[in-house]
Design a protein around this ligand. Structure first.
Ligand code: SF4
Ligand code: SF4
Length: 245
């Protein structure tokens, strides 16, 4: 099985939330009570019961109508997942990187301490890992690995009625994403692909990423959080000390 990727074309997302519901249904995740919080965001955030969340962001336009930005958020299945780098040192087997598909899988059965979850979440440039109270482990999007190994599309992609969600072999998905980017550039000069070389879930955005979601695009060089960069900086020194000691 080849290396896989998603392409999420936000210009085609109508915020129907079909992907969000299909994800819950396939993963047998319980519903979350809908509440009026003065906006359309329901549930309020990703959780152990919500691996896929359409984020709604209303942006005021001076002198005009407010504008909506829709962002179907999920784990990006990073090429070199920083979450795994941290978790490997905390709880062995808590995060698995599937060689064939590239899927980054959390094993919710491997127990992890709340402090370790916090560190793992901080390492994720997209703020994805969540605590699963029921198992004492971590949870997030699975890339629907059980479906794709049987030749099916991920549930969220299969359900999307507008073509916003796409999935396939990485080479073809990158071609599709770049072709679409070139198409929309004429209309949206700020159009961009979010960290395409570093992630397997590639978003097409046509405006300032912060208008979609705080964590739409990685702030720093992906795979290297501040803490990890410092650790790497001092690693040669640590190794030297070991050798001398
Ligand atoms: S998006 Fe976050 S949780 Fe997902 S693979 Fe990357 S670092 Fe890990
Ligand atoms: S790939 Fe599967 S688990 Fe991940 S967001 Fe889509 S439906 Fe949910």
């Amino acid at each position: 099985m080849a290396d896989k990727s998603f392409f999420i074309d936000t210009t085609k997302c109508t915020a129907c939330r079909g992907c969000q519901i299909a994800c819950k249904q396939w993963n047998k995740n319980p519903g979350t009570k809908t509440l009026q919080r003065g906006n359309h965001q329901n549930p309020p955030d990703l959780s152990a019961a919500t691996f896929k969340l359409v984020r709604f962001n209303e942006v005021e336009v001076p002198g005009g109508e407010p504008k909506w930005y829709f962002f179907p958020d999920q784990c990006r299945h990073c090429m070199s997942p920083p979450c795994k780098e941290v978790a490997d040192g905390k709880a062995k087997g808590a995060i698995i990187h599937d060689e064939k598909t590239g899927a980054v899988i959390f094993n919710p059965k491997v127990k992890i301490k709340p402090a370790d979850l916090k560190e793992t979440r901080e390492a994720c440039p997209y703020d994805i890992p969540r605590w699963d109270e029921k198992t004492g482990g971590m949870s997030k999007c699975t890339m629907c690995i059980d479906r794709i190994k049987e030749g099916m599309l991920p549930a969220c992609v299969k359900t999307c009625p507008t073509g916003a969600m796409n999935f396939g072999d990485r080479k073809e998905i990158l071609e599709k994403a770049n072709k679409r980017l070139a198409e929309v550039k004429g209309t949206y000069k700020d159009a961009m692909l979010a960290n395409p070389d570093d992630v397997r879930v590639i978003f097409l955005l046509v405006d300032d990423p912060k208008k979609y979601h705080k964590f739409a695009v990685a702030e720093n060089t992906i795979g290297i959080t501040r803490k990890m960069a410092l650790k790497r900086l001092f690693q040669p020194l640590t190794s030297l000390r070991h050798m001398i000691g």
